[in-house]
Write a protein that binds this ligand. Sequence first.
Ligand code: ATR
Length: 288
Amino acid sequence: MDTIIDDISGSTRVYGILGYPVGHSFSPVLQNTLASKTGINLRYLAFPVAPQDLGAAIKGGFALGVQGFNVTVPHKQAVIPFLCGIDPLAEQIGAVNTLKRTESGYIGYNTDILGLERAFALQNVELAGKNLVVLGAGGAAHAAVVLAQRAGAKKLYLVNRTLSKAEALAERIQIPVEVLSYDDLYRLEAPDILIQTTSVGMGRPEESPVADAELFRRVQVAMDLIYAPWQTKFLKDAAAAGCKDINGFDMLIYQGIASFELWNEMEVAPEKAAALRNLLEEYYRKGR
Ligand code: ATR
């Protein structure tokens, strides 16, 4: 009855995620736990913003003193015109998932690529010199493709239902690249690593974009950016064929940690990040 609530004060900094829908986002739990663990006085909320309101939301957030945002589907590309600047890596990817406040507006960054890079590194998966297949050509595929280039992949195969989108994505990179249909995919001889970035299988444990699971017999590593279900059909088929299978949870956690570090101009020590990741995995999987 007479409890004083003083963990939010006049100097608490406000952050949030802009998406539509955004009610199922894991980012508030991740960011508020990070703030608590590091003793930083901030709060992070989910803001459902419809596409037609995105510009007003950015302007309003700036006027209210919001220090930064994450940006998720469907705003990662649409937000760019409302920014005062864009980091070169985010510009190369063509998508932004993190906004940091400056005096004149928000600058856009992409930490999805850093999360993906970290997820591979934690599993000791080396992209350099490898033949990579990216399934999908949306925002997440853009980050995967730029990472492949940055890491020195040998060749990229871009597979998408809508070929024109994969062709446009291929234009953005300088390493050898080939655009394939799903039918062509099964004819590939030696794809080392598959990265699954489509929404196929999300919340649907019986669906996979790879119809012929024989493909996995020729693959070493399969990464699915999805983490719900924890192991998609894509990953189950991959694991059954002897591939290393990696889901999207580490990418989710480490993109969030990278955003937090950017906003607060600090580094979360690797062992602290790993402990937090394990804590969040336990919490996340218990809730399912
Ligand atoms: P994100 O930003 O998360 O990558 P997106 O931009 O909406 O999301 O991209 C979704 C990707 O999933 C696209 O590559 C889409 O293929 P199209 O470009 O052909 O639309 C892919 N996708 C969605 N549903 C699919 C389905 N049923 N079969 C194959 N690909 C599908």
